[in-house]
Write a protein that binds this ligand. Sequence first.
Ligand code: SF4
Length: 337
Amino acid sequence: MTLANHVFPFDLHTMTDKYRFIPFLKDKELYSNFNFSVFLDDYCNADCKFCVANIRCKTKNRKNVFGKNYNAYLKSLDKMFAFLRPLNPTISLTGGEPTLFPLFDEVVSLVNQYNFRIRAVTTNASQLLKNNQRILNCLIKNNWTYLNLSLPHWEQKRIEEIMRYKDTYPSSFADLLSQAHQAIKGTCVKPRLSCVLLKEGVGDLSACEKYVNFYNKLGYDNFIFRQLTYFNGKDTNQDIVRYNEQNVVTCEKIWKENEEQDKFTFFKRNIGYYYYVELYKYANNTIAFESADLATRKQEMQKYNYKKVFEVVYHPNGNLCSGWDGTQEILLNYQDL
Ligand code: SF4
């Protein structure tokens, strides 16, 4: 495969729209395989140098609008779930660090009660074994589907340098991941290791291979390597923008190295509305490489005057939006329901 074969435009054109002009969408159309993200809040016990959640200064410290009124928050979520579930989205829980959200268990249970077809959560893994594996037991009990574990390296020291934990963190992520794998093995919960490509961390094919081999020995066989998403603009956190500019490693670079060294075997590509994924096999492992480009998506949407909603996000401020800024692209507020 030549390098040119890797590059595909983001596909806004063939996405089908089963749900057209549902009243709350006004003049917009909903992508039928849309994802519903519940953005719990942005508290995290780490401070990753590349953190996309913290790159927008103006939305940092997004406290949940319900504060400690947990019943009110769960009621609002119940209404949102009842409203959106008939449209059959996949669902994901995000933050911050979602497992530190005080109502994590209750939210997971509610997702199960509504029987969303695919459920995913992305975590930095630090809390998985605490309190007798409370988080893992909760996911298993509630028929969870995907557990995405974000770790930017396999060496403890490098993980600590990049993630800059603010308080206590596991003395050995390797031991933690090993025990976590034992706990979920044979259950409905499918784990996946997620690693951002960084010059400072995993930045070439050889490092990708080491990462996969290391975690494979602990039991994992599903991996995703992500290219940093370019993001800049008014009010952005310039430290993170600069770090990301200096540390970005493109998927193309890794694919080119792979063509020369023939380590991973390509078998599939997925072209999304703002992402491009290539899937590879390597021994018993499945490895995805993902590049995403929100800026290009925005330009394409404007160019073709698209009014499609590809994902919806329930923000901590009570707004349901079609994007990751809780003050923009508002579809409705929980009080409208
Ligand atoms: S663990 Fe995730 S949310 Fe927390 S700082 Fe790192 S990237 Fe951001």
